[in-house]
Write a protein that binds this ligand. Structure first.
Ligand SMILES: [Zn+2]
Length: 229
């Protein structure tokens, strides 16, 4: 996703954020009302998340370039763990569409095409916000993200079947509306992987999706300029 450059105030100067939470509206306008990590859509309780935890890096507490958006599950799992940026893949720096693979079971895994080292980074990233949590691995967890991903996969799959039998412009638009309302961009992109037109629509419709992360012709995720992946 693209956070974009530091927002400016009415006089054209970089806007200051007396409280980091005041950046929330601007972040949502730039990147959509989605958790930057698990891609859930949330109308409320989406927090301004610090890539480098503010407890360890107070100097970046009000720094626009250190902000992402996170749901309560991702935020609390990540917590104030020490962060070495190069040890993880980041949605605002790397092409995380290349890092992870999504399946019908709702579990996020490292993408199969990665090198061993890249797989390790991807796995570490998944662990950082707990995207691998399921009732099997965390029996008492109240975490329902895996289930929401599984449900989203089911919806996307049903939409794909509907489209195959009734392929109209209105149906395509309606599926994109359903996708943006629900979130889980990566799941929709995976289920519609063979439909170039739908992938293009999804890339466009989800605000903050960097176009330069995809091959212009095939729309396959490409190396992100300036990123590690
Ligand atoms: Zn999340």
């Amino acid at each position: 996703m693209v956070r974009g450059s530091w927002p400016l105030d009415a006089e054209g100067k970089p806007r200051s954020f007396p409280e980091y939470s005041e950046a929330r509206g601007e972040l949502i306008a730039r990147m959509g009302e989605y958790c930057s990590f698990c891609e859930s859509q949330l109308n409320a309780s989406l927090a301004v998340e610090h890539v480098l935890p503010k407890e360890r890096h107070p100097e970046y507490e009000l720094d626009w370039n250190n902000f992402l958006l996170a749901c309560v599950n991702c935020n609390s799992t990540k917590g104030d763990k020490p962060i070495k940026l190069a040890s993880y893949y980041w949605p605002d720096r790397d092409n995380t569409a290349r890092a992870f693979s999504y399946g019908a079971d709702g579990v996020v895994r490292p993408a199969p095409g990665l090198t061993d080292e890249q797989q390790q980074i991807a796995q570490r990233t998944i662990g950082l916000t707990g995207l691998d949590k399921t009732p099997k691995t965390h029996a008492k967890a109240s975490d329902r993200r895996w289930m929401h991903r599984r449900d989203a996969w089911g919806r996307a799959e049903r939409a794909r079947v509907c489209l195959a039998t009734h392929d109209t412009e209105a149906m395509r638009q309606s599926i994109v509306e359903q996708a943006t309302a629900l979130g889980f961009w990566s799941i929709w992109m995976t289920v519609f992987a063979a439909d170039l037109d739908m992938r293009r629509r999804l890339i466009t419709a989800f605000v903050g999706t960097p176009v330069d992360c995809f091959d212009a012709r095939t729309l396959e995720p490409a190396h992100r300029p300036g990123g590690a992946l």
